[in-house]
Design a protein around this ligand. Structure first.
Ligand SMILES: *Cc1c(COP(=O)(O)O)cnc(C)c1O
Length: 378
């Protein structure tokens, strides 16, 4: 079976992890700050706060922005459930903005109309989470400007997009957002097994995300409410969580990050090759915004008879997948009032979607096998 995504683990990665096992620190040691420094270097962010998953990072991002009961969070339906769930974790309500028909990313026109209506109704969201689906940045210049004009905070869900660029700058520099979040799950671009990281240019947001990541506890005397009377003293200032990344994960991440550019370049090379060899088949290839350089986490195609094509590819040993079942159609969200027809473009995209294999270790021979199977099925 050729999987749709797969990690790339080198001998250096293995050595980096085993070195941690022989060291003094399995958690809360020097590797996590080193990993955070590598993320800052790659994204040009001032701060990076690593955690045990992107879901955790999205959650601490929302907590740091003060999202809570009575507030509203908006994201897109074409995403993994976590982008929406983090709003519910904070006690906020969740709503969605439809995606575009060609890039499957948050539609800035739909966002503009929805913000205007929400402002008139006095029910603006506190936070919006655009998602850089498949590794391609959303139209962040416009989304950021619209959000700013309404006093809305922006968290980029860049789970698919470490190493991607937008308007010649790295995704994660937060030029048009407050916080940007990456995932390091094994199917993503770079892995720490499980792991996430939030970047920001804002000192206070970085401090608050760090606080929520580790029980709401500080050991920083400048932040304490009472006098510190000794080296043992710490204060809990917020109801935080234990979302810490381990040293093993961080060491793997530091080692992986040295190959970030190679991974993304290879994914782009394979995507260009798919563009060429799929050009004559009856399917729709993913559209690229000229302002964006995608990290190509996914290569989502649209086909007429999705269920049949999906089944035949799986039978041929091609590990295709579908990204994503629109979040608002999940039973949990239907129970909260959403229904088919609410976000027609995300639904129509989903009805025809298949993600075909794409990862740095995919060979051209593998790719030819995928295309042959696809060609036969179509
Ligand atoms: C993978 C993913 C997440 C969650 O990442 P974890 O690190 O597994 O928590 C969130 N949003 C999107 C868009 C993802 O693809």
């Amino acid at each position: 079976m050729i999987p749709y995504g797969r990690q790339d683990i080198s001998q250096e990665d293995i050595d980096a992890v085993t070195e941690v096992l022989r060291s003094d620190f399995l958690t809360q040691g020097p590797a996590v700050p080193r990993f955070e420094a590598a993320i800052c270097a790659a994204t040009r962010a001032k701060h990076a706060v690593a955690s045990n998953s992107a879901t955790s990072s999205l959650h601490v991002a929302c907590l740091a922005l003060g999202l809570g009961e009575g507030d509203l969070l908006w994201t897109v339906p074409n995403t993994f459930v976590a982008s929406a769930n983090v709003g519910l974790y904070c006690g906020a309500d969740v709503d969605f903005v439809d995606t575009t028909a060609d890039t499957y990313l948050m539609d800035a026109n739909a966002l503009e109309a929805k913000l205007t209506a929400a402002a008139a109704a006095g029910r603006l969201p506190k936070v919006i989470i655009p998602v850089h689906f498949a590794g391609q940045s959303c139209d962040m210049k416009r989304i950021g400007a619209l959000a700013r004009a309404h006093g809305v905070k922006v968290v980029e869900d860049a789970s698919h997009a470490i190493g991607a660029r937008y308007l010649d700058a790295p995704v994660g520099d937060c030029a048009h957002s407050d916080i940007c979040v990456f995932s390091f799950h094994p199917v993503k671009i770079v892995t720490t097994a499980e792991g996430g990281c939030a970047t920001t240019q804002d000192d206070e947001l970085a401090y608050r995300m760090g606080l929520f990541r580790s029980h709401g506890i500080t050991r920083d005397a400048d932040r304490m409410r009472f006098e510190s009377d000794g080296g043992w003293y710490y204060e809990q200032l917020e109801l935080g969580l234990n979302y810490r990344m381990t040293e093993l994960q961080a060491a793997l991440g530091v080692s992986q990050m040295t190959r970030l550019d190679t991974f993304v370049a290879r994914r782009n090379e394979l995507a260009r090759r798919y563009d060429e060899i799929l050009a004559d088949l009856p399917l729709t290839r993913p559209a690229q915004n000229p302002d964006a350089y995608s990290a190509y986490h996914l290569y989502p195609i649209q086909v007429e008879d999705r269920a049949r094509v999906f089944g035949e590819l799986r039978e041929d040993g091609i590990g295709v997948n579908v990204h994503y079942i629109p979040v608002h159609l999940q039973p949990y969200y239907r129970d909260r009032g959403f229904k088919p027809g609410d976000f027609p473009r995300a639904e129509s995209y989903y009805d025809h979607a298949i993600s075909i294999p794409l990862y740095a270790g995919l060979t051209e021979a593998d790719q030819d096998r995928v295309v042959a199977a696809l060609s036969a099925a179509l």
